[in-house]
Design a protein around this ligand. Structure first.
Ligand code: FES
Length: 549
C-alpha cells in the first residue's frame, strides 16, 4: 500500500507534503538517486547536475525521484596528508551510506551516480546488498590538459615532481603544468582507477554501455543521464535486480575488461570486494589467470599506450571494446545487462570512428598480456599484485631496503639513498596497518621521475595509484600488521621477483625466519580514534578485498 493510501502513515505524508509532494506523487514508484557528489574535488563535481537529469528521466517515466548523496575522497588531494589513509576507508563508508539510505527508505529502484575511484565499487557493493533494480551512471572522465603541445593528465603531474627533484624541471614549470594538467570536472583522464572501475561497471552489466564513456563535460552527458533515469523505471518493470546481473560470468567479463584495457591494480581489491558482497566465489589467483590470457587491446595510458579516456570515447568507447573482445571469443555472452540488451547488441551498435587507433584487434594488441599479475611465494603466501603494465616478464633479484612507513621511504628517496637493484620494502601500510592501505604514489612518481622506475623494485602491503608504474608489487598478504612474512624482512635480505613464474620470494632460511617470527612485536603507533579505530577492528586482508562486512 502506498504512503498516500495507508491511514497509519499520515505522519509520513505530512513530511512529504512539506516537500511539495502530492498524493499522486506518493503513489508512484520511488527511485532513489544516490550521487557521490562532494564539492571538494573535480572528480564528482557534475553529480548534482546529473542527478537532476536522472530525476527528470525518472519523472518522465512515471516514477518519483528522491535524491541523496554520500561522501567521497580524492586521492590526489589527500596524497601528501594524513588524509590519504581515509581513501580506501571511504569505500566502506560510501557503501554503508547507500545501503542505509536504501534500507531506510525502501526505494523501489535505485540509480547510483559514481565517479572517483572508491565511489564505483562502493555503490556496486551497496547495490548488491540491497538487491533492488538499479542502474549505475558513471559520471565521466576529465578531458586531458594541454601543455607544451601535448596531452597531459594527473600522471604527468606526479612524475613531474621527480623530474623537478633531479633538475629536469624547475618550480615555475611544475606550477605551469599544474595549471594545465586538469582542465575541468571529471575523473582522472586515462585508464587509472576511476575509469577502470567505470569500465568494470559496464562489463558487470550494471551500467549501460555508452553512458559512462561520455566525458563529464560533454553536452551529451545530460541526455545520457535522463535516459538512465528512464532505464531505472524499465529495470524496475523487468525486475532487473543486481542478483540477476552480478553472476560469475559477468564477474569474469569485468576481469577481462580490466586486463584488456590495461586497468589499475586497485581493481583487484574492488573486484574481490564486489564478489564477496554478491556472494560469488572469486579467488585472487583467478584474476591473475585472466590477465595472463587477455592482451591489452586499448592504447590507453598508463599501460596500453598514449591515449586518454576522451580518445576512447571518440573512437567508439567501451562498446567497441566489447565488439573486439567478442570477436576474439574472450567474453562470456550468457549475461544480463541492465538496459536489456545483449553483448552482441552492444557490439553491433558500437560506432567505430573510421581510422581510430585507440582500440585494436585482439590479434594485434598493444601489449600481449594484461597490466597486472598475481604472485605468491614465501614473502606473500596469500598473494600480492604486480603491476606489469603490459611489459615483458622480468626477474629481479636484489637486496631489501626496508621502511616501516611510506614517509620513511620518501625521505630515503629524497636523500638519494636508493640505488639501482634495490628492492624497496614498505610495510605497515596494509589495510589494518596503515590503516587504510595508502597508495604509494609519493614513492613511485619520484622514482620514475628520477629515472629509477625500471631499475629498482617496490614491494609493499600498501597499494598503488592507477597512475603509478615501474616494478611495483602491492597488496602483499598477510600484511605486516598481522605479522606476515613482510614484517620479518631485514635490510640486505635477498628478494626475488619472477613475473613469469608468478612468484615473490624472500631468500632467508626458514629457521632464521622462525627466530625472527618469535621475536617479532607489532610496532607501537599513535592510538587512532573514531573511524580509523573501527576500520582496523573490522577490515579483512587485501586478499579478501579489504572488506569490512
Ligand atoms: Fe578522483 Fe582520480 S582522484 S578520479
Amino acid at each position: 500500500m502506498s504512503i498516500a493510501d495507508d491511514p497509519d502513515r499520515a505522519p509520513a505524508r505530512s513530511h512529504l507534503y512539506a516537500m511539495g509532494l502530492s498524493d499522486e506523487d506518493m503513489r508512484r514508484p520511488v527511485v532513489g538517486i544516490a550521487s557521490t557528489w562532494t564539492g571538494t574535488m573535480p572528480c564528482n563535481l557534475n553529480h548534482r547536475e546529473l542527478a537532476a537529469h536522472v530525476a527528470d528521466g525518472v519523472r518522465a517515466a512515471g516514477g518519483l525521484p528522491m535524491e541523496f548523496n554520500t561522501i567521497a575522497v580524492s586521492d590526489n588531494l589527500t596524497m601528501h596528508t594524513p588524509g590519504m589513509r581515509t581513501s580506501l576507508i571511504s569505500r566502506e563508508v560510501i557503501a554503508d551510506s547507500i545501503e542505509l539510505m536504501g534500507r531506510a527508505h525502501s526505494f523501489d529502484a535505485l540509480v547510483a551516480i559514481v565517479g572517483c575511484d572508491k565511489t564505483v565499487p562502493a555503490a556496486i557493493m551497496a547495490l548488491a546488498r540491497l538487491d533492488v533494480p538499479a542502474v549505475v551512471l558513471y559520471s565521466g572522465s576529465m578531458l586531458p590538459g594541454r601543455w607544451r603541445g601535448r596531452d597531459v593528465t594527473i600522471q604527468d603531474m606526479w612524475e613531474a615532481l621527480g623530474e623537478r627533484a633531479v633538475g629536469r624541471l624547475d618550480q615555475s614549470e611544475l606550477d605551469d603544468l599544474a595549471r594545465h594538467a586538469c582542465p575541468g570536472a571529471g575523473t582522472c583522464a586515462a585508464q587509472y582507477t576511476a575509469n577502470t572501475m567505470g569500465s568494470v561497471a559496464d562489463f558487470l552489466g550494471l551500467a549501460p554501455f555508452g553512458t559512462g564513456d561520455i566525458p563529464a563535460v560533454a553536452p551529451e552527458k545530460d541526455a545520457a543521464a535522463r535516459r538512465v533515469g528512464q532505464m531505472a523505471m524499465e529495470a524496475l518493470a523487468r525486475d532487473a535486480r543486481p542478483s540477476r546481473i552480478l553472476t560469475e560470468d559477468a564477474l569474469h567479463n569485468a576481469i577481462v575488461s580490466v586486463a584488456a584495457m590495461g586497468g589499475s591494480t586497485n581493481a583487484v581489491l574492488h573486484l574481490l570486494a564486489i564478489a564477496r558482497e554478491a556472494g560469488l566465489p572469486l579467488a585472487i589467483d583467478a584474476i591473475g589467470e585472466v590477465c595472463r590470457q587477455v592482451p591489452i587491446i586499448t592504447g590507453l595510458k598508463p599501460s596500453g599506450g598514449p591515449y586518454t579516456a576522451a580518445d576512447l570515447w571518440r573512437a567508439g568507447g567501451t562498446s567497441l571494446v566489447v565488439r573486439r573482445l567478442l570477436e576474439a571469443g574472450l567474453l562470456r555472452e550468457n549475461v544480463t545487462l541492465v538496459d536489456g540488451r545483449t553483448l552482441a547488441d552492444v557490439a553491433a551498435q558500437a560506432e567505430e570512428r573510421p581510422g581510430q587507433k585507440v582500440v585494436a584487434d585482439a590479434r594485434q594488441p598493444f601489449k600481449a598480456r594484461g597490466a597486472l599479475a598475481i604472485l605468491r611465494g614465501s614473502l606473500a603466501p596469500d598473494g600480492c599484485v604486480l603491476k606489469l603494465g603490459g611489459k615483458d616478464d622480468f626477474r629481479h633479484e636484489g637486496p631489501a631496503r626496508v621502511f616501516d612507513s611510506e614517509d620513511a621511504c620518501i625521505a630515503a628517496i629524497e636523500a638519494d639513498l636508493i640505488v639501482p637493484g634495490d628492492v624497496i620494502v614498505v610495510r605497515y601500510e596494509g589495510p589494518a596497518g596503515g590503516p587504510g592501505m595508502r597508495e604509494m604514489l609519493s614513492i613511485t612518481g619520484p622514482l620514475v621521475g628520477r629515472g629509477l622506475g625500471a631499475s629498482v623494485a617496490l614491494v609493499t602491503d600498501g597499494r598503488f595509484s592507477g597512475v603509478s608504474h615501474g616494478r611495483v608489487i602491492g597488496h602483499v598478504a598477510p600484511e605486516a600488521y598481522h605479522g606476515g612474512p613482510i614484517a620479518l624482512v631485514r635490510d640486505g635480505d635477498p628478494i626475488v621477483i619472477d613475473s613469469a613464474a608468478a612468484t615473490l620470494d624472500l631468500l632467508v632460511p626458514e629457521a632464521e625466519l622462525e627466530r625472527r617470527r618469535a621475536a617479532w612485536r607489532r610496532p607501537e603507533r599513535e592510538v587512532e580514534r573514531g573511524v580509523l579505530t573501527k576500520y582496523v577492528a573490522a577490515v579483512r586482508s587485501a586478499s579478501d578485498g579489504a572488506v569490512t562486512a
